[in-house]
Design a protein around this ligand. Sequence first.
Ligand code: HSE
Length: 409
Amino acid sequence: MEKFAVLGCGVVGSGVVELFEKNKALIEKRCGKSLEMGYILDLRDFPDRPYGNKVVKSIDTILADNDVTVVAECMGGVEPAFTFVKACLEHGKSVSTSNKELVAKKGDILLKTAKEHNCNFFFEASVGGAIPIIRPMHKCLAANTFSAVAGILNGTTNFILNKMICDSMDFEAALKLAQELGYAEKDPTADVEGHDACRKICILSSLAFGKHVYPESVFTKGIREVELKDTKYCEQLGFAIKLIAQVKALDNGKILPTVMPMAVKNTNLLSQVNDVFNAVMTETDGADRSMFYGRGAGKFPTASAVLGDMIEQVQLDGTISAQTWESADNADFIEDFAAFSAKRYFRTTAADMAVLTEVFGDVEERTISDDEETVCIVNAEMNAAQVDAAVKALAQKGVQVLAQYPVLV
Ligand code: HSE
């Protein structure tokens, strides 16, 4: 009889326990052996829940039980999760985690530890919730060279932006609703400021390019400054403002990972990803564009991915199958954000198009003028220095830039 343990009985941890109990018979069939929930590690007690008698307070109880072969880490945060996960791996227990901060900051170390101790460190749930993306990138697309990965990787911000676009709901009300529905992180700053999406693109970048990308190397801008009026103007112009996490391989051999709100053209499938849903688009030399879509947050969607990992770990039974990447000095292979170049959406105080055409040149003809503000899409790609120069040139002509977003076509 093999046993598993769950570290942290919050939204995701309790989802793992409940989904396991609901589908125990088929999970065991798929594992090819019987499996029991052995322990739940949590500071709290759960006397009213059926699994209340499984709660333990010390990781040592789990480490000491040789029947525990698989551990689900659903605590969140780096510590004590890192110490506990590392200890489990050092005891030969495979770990599945939903904790993107842990993987983004310590994935290289934990992958190495797992290999050294003949077990697996899996993290399918850490990016895109229920969406199968880690395994497809690691296994199904293994024959390809990646040129780009772009995604909507945060359900909370996608939900908020969608409520702004479709229901004209203001930012705070939409955030409150996302929290009530259990999508947002405990501290919603991580969602709203883009840190959660940043951690996830770090994981996908490390996987795609084989070197650890650390969160501090990624240009990250959240959605707090997105105004209702820009969501409306963009919609009228055939774009949707989305928080896009992406990484591109550049011709100079470096990569450029970014997280920021972008105006996504409505011909791009990512513009159609609404509500709390997430999506990831990969671009590779063999497979071309592939799109992965599903629920990126929530109790059971995330638990589904954690349990999927755990089933594979039981099946693998000591065989190492985990993806791997190297620790790396990010300065050597991550390009500076100043090199980021894209078409742009601008909202300005210009009374008409003449001055904008003068400064930007190739400007998309469809424009909206409202409240003496003029919106345009600049067709030529502009990098940060060119944007700065254009903003200064407009200022000299008495025109202010009120908002600007890079465009994703
Ligand atoms: N707060 C996260 C989100 C949860 O909204 O996507 C899943 O990582």
